[in-house]
Design a protein around this ligand. Structure first.
Ligand code: NAP
Ligand code: GDD
Length: 344
């Protein structure tokens, strides 16, 4: 029998890749999108699946809306991907972030528990919960120490998911995912900012890319690999929580160098802190500068995950390495910039 999946935040990066994967697996996919005055279907259109999924009006801050959605869709699987997902914005909008990323999860769980308790539930948790890391690398049992209102809100979302599983015997899983990127990544996030702006530098559209802290390190993987892990979690005999990560951490400056290499630049560094500059040795031009405006009130210096549990229990392994990811993103953005195509 055809399974039905509900994906909240289907218009986002992960939502689009997950919808694509589930359609390939024969699911009926219903996707929740919050209303906007602009079209938000760009990623679904890019993957050619805009017309293959049923789109519904959905907002995590609206309990009656969630309740009706679960009643009407009667999903077999629910993937809660919707969130205010940009860490920096969470300092500007801490209450909104908490309402959506923390209480929103309880709204989802309450609606499922009351209306359709057999539905399997995936919560999009995050390595940001490790924040000021207490152990290297980070595993499912590593103590949490979030460093942003986003991380704090997501930590609530994680624990309420665990709590509903233990209290009500629900099939609820929390996926603790490390950073995953793609050509469909939002423009605010650092990898996409680098691939887009260095492409513009390359074509002469702008002179230079401005970034914040170049020393932070992240464990970057490819979003297409990570959505497969989400699906695998909901196919297990028992619900549990899993870290998904590559086990390889690199600095922001490394990602700049790799994207530069893919664009036939040779970026080297001089200076430190706010004076640090990236220079393309092939042209002698300054192509990267540091701007304090992109610093955060509290930084997460290093994230490095250990996905042994996911490898052993799910058979999940990430396929794309960070340098391949940088190449993939550089190529996609360079082609977009050259052809003047719409960016999302
Ligand atoms: P994304 O591209 O920002 O997508 C998030 C989606 O949620 C967007 O479509 C957004 O809608 C929607 N949304 C925001 N507020 C909403 C609300 N109040 N009601 C309903 N929808 C709302 O993020 P992503 O990278 O795909 O990440 C998916 C999930 O995984 C998020 O929960 C994120 O926090 C989590 N996560 C991501 C990563 C990562 O590295 N990508 C790692 C760990 C965890 P608009 O398009 O209208 O803004
Ligand atoms: N966005 C951004 N813009 N980040 C910058 C910049 C810049 O100009 N310059 C330096 N950075 C640094 C940030 O300070 C941070 O240390 C790092 O780049 C990564 O920032 P983001 O790409 O914005 O991602 P994030 O790690 O804060 O959060 C992402 O990953 C989390 C999982 O660990 C998001 O996808 C979250 O939703 C996700 O939970």
């Amino acid at each position: 029998m055809t399974k039905t999946a509900l994906i909240t935040g289907v218009a986002g990066q992960d939502g689009a890749y997950l919808a694509h994967l589930l359609l390939q697996k024969g699911y009926k996919v219903v996707g929740g999108i919050r209303r906007s005055s602009n079209s938000t279907h760009g990623r679904l259109a890019e993957l050619g699946i805009e017309r293959d999924i049923q789109i519904i009006d959905f907002d995590l801050s609206d309990l009656p809306n969630i309740w009706r959605t679960i009643s009407e869709v009667q999903p077999d699987e629910v993937y809660n991907l919707a969130a205010q997902s940009f860490v920096k914005t969470s300092w500007a909008q801490p209450l909104y972030t908490a309402d959506v990323d923390a209480i929103g999860v309880t709204r989802m769980l309450e609606a499922i528990r009351t209306v359709n308790p057999k539905a399997r539930f995936y919560q999009a948790s995050t390595s940001e919960m490790f924040g000021l890391v207490q152990e290297i690398p980070q595993r499912e049992v590593t103590p949490f120490y979030p460093r942003s209102p986003y991380g704090v809100a997501k930590l609530y979302g994680h624990w309420i998911t665990v709590n509903y599983r233990e209290s009500f015997d629900m099939f609820a899983c929390s996926g603790i995912l490390f950073n995953h990127e793609s050509p469909l990544r939002g423009l605010d996030f650092v990898t996409r900012k680098i691939s887009l702006h260095l492409s513009r530098v390359k074509t002469g559209e702008i002179e230079c890319l401005e970034l914040g802290n170049l020393e932070a390190k992240r464990d970057w993987g490819f979003a297409g690999d990570y959505v497969e892990g989400m699906w695998m979690m909901l196919q297990q005999p028992n619900p549990s929580d899993y870290v998904l990560a590559t086990g390889d951490a690199n600095s922001i400056s490394y990602f700049v160098e790799e994207v530069g290499r893919a664009l036939d630049m040779d970026i080297v560094w001089d200076g430190t802190g706010l004076q640090q500059r990236g220079i393309d040795r092939k042209t002698g031009k300054v192509v990267v500068r540091v701007n304090e405006a992109y610093y955060r009130p509290a930084e997460v210096d290093l994230l490095l995950g250990d996905a042994t549990k996911a490898k052993e229990k799910l058979g999940w392994t990430p396929k794309v390495k960070v340098n391949e990811l940088a190449q993939m993103m550089a190529k996609a953005d360079y082609d977009r910039v050259k052809s003047g195509r719409v960016l999302f």
